[in-house]
Design a protein around this ligand. Structure first.
Ligand SMILES: O=C(O)C1=C[C@@H](OP(=O)(O)O)[C@@H](O)[C@H](O)C1
Ligand SMILES: C=C(OP(=O)(O)O)C(=O)O
Length: 439
């Protein structure tokens, strides 16, 4: 099946994606990780003592999380660079706006198991088709009453139970965030919680590892007796003061730019050890023709303008698919990206969106049930066009990467990048304009 999404469903201004006229030589500092910021915020809200969060991401998704936690009665002082979260009893009788944030719609509903009354949830129109059913069923197994009129999506209301069992099953094949959401609240349940994944596949495993690691760092014991079971022991959550790593998935488009334009892009603050899926970039970009070196905490990516096609299973790192896909569209040969069927439930149906946009530029991309297949850059090159972004931040950065090499790429609603990187257009321009010889 190939993508057939229409042009014109986006809103807002048209952003002319800048062409790269010379090889790059830029250092790009990316803001904090969305996934870590929103995990730390939830853990801080459930903690036994106030928590300081340094380097937290300022973006729509983190603002939505902060809004949700404040609604539940948690004090969040985010006026300065360091945020202070003061936990308190969770109150019900409130409404949570999830926007389009998977982390809010999947991490906050399990917290209602601890609240003193019902909490209603809703979000953007596009959020109302994102998978929620398996998590809502898990909450029902845990004794909560969930009213969703049988849709298995937003909007819904969760009413807490009087007692919560200590084991639950969930089919997390459509999003790892179902397991993560249950694990984050688990230490505060009277007996802790054993979470068992029942589905055949499980995407984004590094994101589940990230959850376990943040819980362990907060003093919680988490065992994993087998690859589909997590046992979270009850305990007081004490994250202490936490620092958020730079968002390696958001570093990706800048790193990819070095392959497209040639030259060098440096990303400071690269962690020595991380559970972020962006850690896959150095290996993938190297296979596509770049040289990637980590010197201290600076990741340096150097490209020649040559881009090799690739065959890669991205199931552990689905979130980085749009960036790799932009390189595949510009590649010297065919590519195949597999293990990514669940991307149909991301901010948009990303398989259909990527195929539609590549074809709009005159390239060849076919979306299957679980994979994307690319023909590579056609002999006559790709042709500029107005590119749709489908309210998806990563479709905007996808278009920007392609626009470095294809004249006449205009991007609809580049403001959608505010979901995780509000300064993206300025950062992109700065990368292109950087002159390291200037004082
Ligand atoms: O837990 C997280 O922070 C995330 C998990 C992944 O979700 P899926 O497993 O639904 O892909 C990822 O794609 C998303 O961007 C962030
Ligand atoms: C899938 C993504 O986000 P969300 O957290 O909304 O699922 C993403 O950022 O690529």
């Amino acid at each position: 099946m190939s993508g057939t999404l229409p042009l014109g469903t986006g809103i807002g201004e048209v952003w002319p994606a800048p062409l790269a006229h010379r090889p790059l030589d830029a250092t790009v500092s990316v803001p904090g990780s969305k996934s870590l910021t929103n995990r730390f915020l939830v853990l801080a809200a459930l903690a036994a003592e106030p928590v300081t969060v340094r380097g937290g991401l300022r973006s729509r998704d983190s603002d939505l999380m902060i809004g949700a936690l404040r609604g539940l009665g948690v004090e969040v002082d985010d006026a300065g660079a360091e945020w202070r979260v003061t936990p308190g009893p969770l109150r019900g009788g409130v409404h949570v706006d999830c926007g389009l944030a998977g982390t809010v719609m999947r991490f906050v509903p399990p917290m209602v198991l601890l609240a003193d009354g019902p909490v209603s949830f809703d979000g953007d129109e596009g959020a109302r088709v994102r998978p929620m059913g398996p998590l809502l069923d898990a909450l029902r197994l845990l004794g909560a009453t969930v009213e969703d009129e049988g849709r298995g999506t937003l909007p819904f209301t969760v009413t807490p139970p009087l007692e919560v069992p200590d084991v639950v099953e969930v089919d997390s094949s459509s999003s790892s965030q179902f397991v993560t959401g249950l694990l984050l609240t688990a230490p505060r349940l009277p007996e802790g919680l054993t979470v068992r994944h029942t589905g055949e596949t499980l995407p984004s495993l590094p994101h589940i590892d990230m959850t376990c690691e943040t819980l362990r760092a907060a003093g919680i014991r988490v065992d994993q007796p087998d690859e589909r079971t997590w046992v979270v022991h009850p305990g007081e959550i004490r994250p202490g003061d936490v620092r958020v790593e730079p968002d390696l998935s958001n570093a990706g488009p800048f790193m990819a730019a070095a392959l497209v334009a040639g030259g060098t892009v440096r990303v400071p603050g690269w962690p020595a050890v991380t559970t972020q899926p962006g850690a896959y970039f150095p290996e993938l970009l190297t296979r596509m023709g770049a040289t990637c070196t980590l010197d201290g905490d600076v990741m340096t990516v150097t490209g020649t303008g040559e881009i090799r096609g690739i065959d890669a299973d991205l199931s552990p790192a689905g979130e980085i698919t749009p960036t790799i896909a932009a390189l595949c569209a510009l590649g010297d040969g065919p590519s195949q990206l597999t293990g990514i069927g669940h991307l149909r439930g991301h901010e948009t149906d990303r398989l259909a969106a990527i195929a539609a946009e590549v074809e709009r530029l005159g390239g060849r991309c076919v979306a299957g049930d679980e994979a994307l297949t690319f023909g590579g850059r056609p002999p006559t090159g790709l042709a500029g066009a107005v590119m749709e972004t489908y309210h998806d931040h990563r479709m905007a950065t996808f278009a920007a990467v392609i626009g470095l090499a294809v004249p006449g790429v205009d991007v609809l609603n580049v403001g959608t990048t505010s979901k995780t990187m509000p300064d993206f257009p300025t950062m992109w321009r700065d990368m292109l304009d950087a002159d390291p010889t200037a004082s």
